[in-house]
Design a protein around this ligand. Sequence first.
Ligand SMILES: [Zn+2]
Length: 380
Amino acid sequence: MQKKRLVSVLLVGALTFGSAVQVKADDLQDAQNQASELQDKKAAAQAEKDNLAAQLEKIVDDMDKTKSDIEKKQEEIAAKTDELIAAQIDENNQYNSMKLRIQYMYENGNGQFLETLLESKSIAEFLSNAEYIAQISEYDRNMLVEFQDIVTEVEDQKKDLEEENKKLEEMQTSLQEQQTEMESLIESKSEEISSLSSELGEVNEKIASLKAEAERQARMQQEAQAAASGSSGGTSGGGGTTVTPTPPYTGGGSGRLQNPCPSAYISSEFGGRASPGGIGSTNHKGRDYAASTGSPIYAAASGSVIEVGYNGARGNYVIINHGDLATLYQHCSRILVSSGQSVSTGQNIALVGSTGASTGPHLHFEVWVNRTPVDPRLYL
Ligand SMILES: [Zn+2]
């Protein structure tokens, strides 16, 4: 009895595998969609980061170039400063020597000046001397002006160079600001990528575990099917786990189950043709109760609703586990219970309908024992 109970629990489990695997498949699809979305996001973030990195590289190149421009400019300024100093020295020397000459002329008085003139041996010489003296002062004046002009010109050039240098340094400062900004953008992009990566890792783990779970369930389903076909063939798998086959219906039931649809007439019995292999290999796996749509369907025994669902073959259906056996109610127009709920014998659990593969309103009622549908009459 204990063994039978265990077996029927397994059987009921097997019945639910189809939809459970389906749910897992949907979960898996969702997770895979999520993973591919995350991968797209990550690729986009990576592309943005690459683009930022390329911009940063250009900024750094520009900074290198600006830095070398600044160095060149500062060399030019240094050279210009030397040139200016030289020009200022020239100017100063000229000024000093001019002053000396003028001072000399004054100190030696007009006497010297006159003497020079008077020592002239000719008028021409005198004129020449007079002119010479005048020329000297004019020469000094011109030289001084010339040196002053040079100093001013060099000063202007130096000022221009300093102006250019200032612009380069401003450019460098702005490039440095851009660099800082770009680095912080890249940093935040990296953080985004790393967070997407870890999210992706979690989803991939979920995918792996869903796949493993689906494989495990598929294996269990195969094992359950193999065991079911083994028992219907009359041979147990060896090792002493003998399952007592349910005897074929010979008239009269155990009364374990109550009529699930008393308002109906029986339109089709279990089987439909002789089955040489025993119970599991018949072509009609249940008993049909023809009744008008909306007629009540009652729980054939107390138990717990282990599944409520819909599929194209069964229509709306309810599976109730009773421990030693399970009952299945198909083609319902409405279901009045939900999965996990406990029901008592005779409780109205659904209404007759014609949903799924059905040609008219009826209840298709199945009783499962040891992973196999059996003739419900054995238990009614
Ligand atoms: Zn049927």
